[in-house]
Design a protein around this ligand. Structure first.
Ligand SMILES: Cc1cc2nc3c(=O)[nH]c(=O)nc-3n(C[C@H](O)[C@H](O)[C@H](O)COP(=O)(O)OP(=O)(O)OC[C@H]3O[C@@H](n4cnc5c(N)ncnc54)[C@H](O)[C@@H]3O)c2cc1C
Ligand SMILES: NC(=O)c1ccc[n+]([C@@H]2O[C@H](COP(=O)([O-])OP(=O)(O)OC[C@H]3O[C@@H](n4cnc5c(N)ncnc54)[C@H](OP(=O)(O)O)[C@@H]3O)[C@@H](O)[C@H]2O)c1
Length: 309
């Protein structure tokens, strides 16, 4: 790969946890459809008048400090949330910043009662007009390059991992996209297709934009496996192969920890080694024979960005 990739120098840590800013929630709406077992909300904050105004780039995260204290009586720690608004904000004025929050609901380790995640439920339950403590921005690497429209993109997301790609896609569209974008999104059910209207409309309106859905818990693939994002590389090879072959294509991966490994495996099997950093001991071995442990030793090259938690 000869093409040079440079990234804008974005601001980070302008507001730290020891001195957070107070911002107001201006929107808090459900983003999953009726019947979904998940509760995911699109939440927008007014950051005007704070150091965050004008300084948050799509792909970065903001931090939220929930009210109250933990089980040791200490103030809660900051939790990070990916920004889902474009770099100029929901309002085009860089004052309204959004995120996409999933309520964490689990069984309590000790009591076996319901455990509700502290910050996700705090945020999702707050009405419009509430004030919250915010920090940020954080993250310097998971952003679009300078001259962003000189590249093609494969965006792989699972669940709320779609947040940064909504903002990035909006940034690309605003700049007048002339390259190709494939938004590959995985979720359990059709009711969980976050920002579905936005992505479906783009898919219909633009020949440059492709929206591929991997719904894991409905009909299986032909071989009985679940529809996972990485299998789009096989099931939609005709569309994705010409993109992957281009020197100016970048891959971004965001969402569930572990999702990246399946993507590495299929890219390697299909021969797209430019996107991967392969350890020396694997270089003479046929990718089809790599064990799962060996695949896990692969790292992304400078043409792939991975943010999974
Ligand atoms: C860079 C980055 C970006 C992120 N972006 C997003 C985003 O855009 N959207 C999003 O929704 N999330 C995002 N996250 C995750 C987010 O930061 C939080 O981790 C998430 O919301 C859970 O926080 P919580 O306070 O609700 O849960 P916590 O209360 O902190 O619990 C965390 C985990 O521990 C388990 N747990 C803790 N205590 C118990 C217990 N006693 N019994 C059983 N289980 C327990 C919970 O079930 C949960 O799985 C991101 C994380 C990172 C690092
Ligand atoms: N910037 C960031 O780093 C960032 C931003 C946002 C979110 N996140 C993280 O992303 C995660 C999103 O979780 P969620 O609960 O919102 O997701 P979710 O709605 O449960 O969707 C996840 C989807 O991925 C599938 N999946 C499971 N294992 C997979 C694998 N190995 N490879 C490919 N697909 C796989 C799931 O299928 P099945 O469940 O049916 O098997 C499901 O369809 C959270 O952990 C969050 O912290 C990170």
């Amino acid at each position: 790969m000869s093409i040079e990739i440079t990234y804008p120098d974005v601001a980070i840590n302008l507001v730290r946890a020891k001195d957070p800013v107070e911002v107001t929630i201006v929107e808090n709406r459900i983003a999953t459809e009726a019947g979904s077992p998940s509760f995911i909300r699109h939440i927008t904050f007014d950051v005007s008048g704070t150091p965050l105004e004008g300084n948050i780039t799509a792909g970065q995260s903001i931090g939220i400090i929930p009210e109250g204290t933990d089980e040791n009586g200490k103030p809660h720690k900051v939790r990070l949330y990916s920004v889902s608004s474009p770099s100029r904000g929901e309002d085009g004025q860089s004052t309204l910043v959004s995120t996409t929050v999933k309520r964490v609901i689990d069984e309590h380790w000790d009591t076996k009662d319901i455990y509700t995640g502290v910050c996700s439920n705090y945020l999702c339950s707050l009405p419009v007009g509430s004030k919250v403590k915010m920090t940020g921005p954080s993250g310097k690497r998971f952003i679009l390059p300078e001259a962003a429209n000189d590249f093609n993109y494969l965006f792989f997301a699972t669940g709320t991992g779609i947040a940064p790609f909504r903002g990035m896609t909006m940034d690309l569209m605003e700049q007048g996209v002339h390259n190709e974008i494939a938004m590959i999104f995985g979720c359990p059910f059709r009711t969980d297709l976050l920002y579905r209207d936005y992505f479906e409309t783009l898919n219909q309106q633009s020949t440059h934009f492709h929206y591929l859905k991997s719904i894991s818990r409905e009909a299986p693939r032909g071989d009985g496996s679940k529809h996972y994002v990485q299998y789009q590389l096989i099931d939609n090879r005709e569309l994705l192969e010409p993109m992957l072959r281009k020197d100016n294509t970048l891959i971004y991966v965001c969402g569930l920890k572990g999702m990246e490994t399946g993507i590495y495996q299929i890219l390697a099997q299909q021969g797209y080694l430019d996107y991967l950093k392969i350890p020396e001991e694997l270089q003479d071995k046929d990718p089809a024979s790599w064990s799962w442990e060996e695949i896990k030793s692969i790292k992304p090259s400078d043409r792939m960005h991975v943010e999974v938690y």
